[in-house]
Design a binder for this molecule. Structure first.
Ligand SMILES: Nc1ncnc2c1ncn2[C@@H]1O[C@H](COP(=O)(O)OP(=O)(O)OP(=O)(O)O)[C@@H](O)[C@H]1O
Length: 301
């Protein structure tokens, strides 16, 4: 049984479908990413998983339980990251940890958790005085203190500096290493590529693609990019008919072509045949960034 099952989920506001038939399943121990442009329906989807919004249609199950009908039981297995507005500025870190411990039947001891999250020195600091990174670490601690099987983290590293972001990534890997399943909403491609086992790309309320990060990159039209400045102009028709070509750009005589390994080999053969030298030749793999733009543009078209 999957830890999270979402099937044909739909939610509309004022007659506009913001989640329009989303289905996915998250397996035990996975870090599953939800990636998409602003307003794609990511938060609405995960809030249906948390039982905070009621779907118009479709089925959501968390460890086999309905998050709305079985809200109290789901709250025991699912840890959700709070939004900033949900904690009082005057509450100290210790008070927040004690308060959230009291909400759960079988909580973890918050002390080692605070230690692992680097909060021990901050126990007497009020929430309002914490830095952005410290607040995020406290939110992670509060999401984990109930000893959940699943945690939902929405835009966890937004607003963090690169160091704090990397620390947070290590924490998430650590959480998973302890057997917790992670559902992660993110805007950051690097974050998704580094952390997620699988990613659902959501665009306009629908799943545009669902795959591993490497799978998404390979699936996108231009998985490999070759760029060079030819020593003499090349024939446009010959370039445009290269096999598996996804895109071609000529910027002040520097050519950038995306496609597959087949495209790259054909470019090299063409250069040799025409006795043209390629200056500053670069071949790079596309990133998840490229794949994301490709996939979400595709869905727009
Ligand atoms: N309670 C609500 N009432 C009306 N419209 C809403 C409500 N909640 C969300 N929406 C709209 O639904 C759409 C999807 O919102 P959602 O927050 O799920 O997107 P998102 O993918 O999480 O976006 P972002 O990346 O910007 O956080 C948006 O256009 C938003 O304005």
């Amino acid at each position: 049984m999957s830890v999270i099952e979402v099937s044909e989920l739909r939610k509309s506001y004022g007659g506009r479908a913001v989640v329009d038939g989303v289905s996915f399943a998250v397996e035990e121990g996975e870090i599953f990413g939800i990636l998409g442009p602003n307003g794609a329906g990511k938060t609405t989807t995960v809030e249906c998983v948390e039982g905070l919004r009621i779907p118009d249609a479709g089925r959501v199950r968390v460890t086999g339980l309905d998050p709305v009908a079985d809200h109290a039981r789901v709250a025991r297995v699912l840890g959700a990251q709070l939004q900033e507005s949900e904690l009082q500025a005057k509450l100290t870190v210790r008070e927040a940890l004690e308060l959230y411990t009291a909400f759960h039947d079988e909580p973890l001891d918050w002390r080692p958790l605070a230690e692992r999250l680097g909060l021990t020195q901050k126990l007497t600091t009020r929430f309002g005085k914490l830095s952005g990174g410290q607040k995020q670490r406290l939110f992670i601690a509060l999401a984990l203190v109930g000893n959940p099987r699943v945690v939902v983290l929405d835009e966890l590293t937004t607003g963090l500096d690169p160091r704090a972001r990397r620390d947070t990534w290590e924490l998430i890997e650590d959480i998973r290493a302890n057997g917790v399943t992670v559902l992660l909403v993110t805007h950051f491609m690097e974050e998704a590529q580094r952390l997620c086992d699988r990613i659902a790309v959501i665009d306009k309320g629908r799943i545009a693609a669902l795959d591993t990060p490497a799978g998404l990159i390979h699936r996108s039209a231009g998985a490999t990019v070759i760029s060079f400045t030819p020593s003499a102009p090349l024939d446009a028709h010959e370039l445009n008919t290269l096999p598996a070509l996804a895109s071609i750009e000529d910027r002040d005589g520097r050519l950038t072509l995306s496609g597959t390994d087949e495209t790259v080999n054909a470019v090299i053969t063409l250069l040799a045949r025409r006795h043209v030298t390629a200056h500053q030749l670069r071949v790079v793999d596309a990133t998840l960034d490229d794949a994301f733009l490709d996939l979400t543009q595709e869905a727009t078209a």
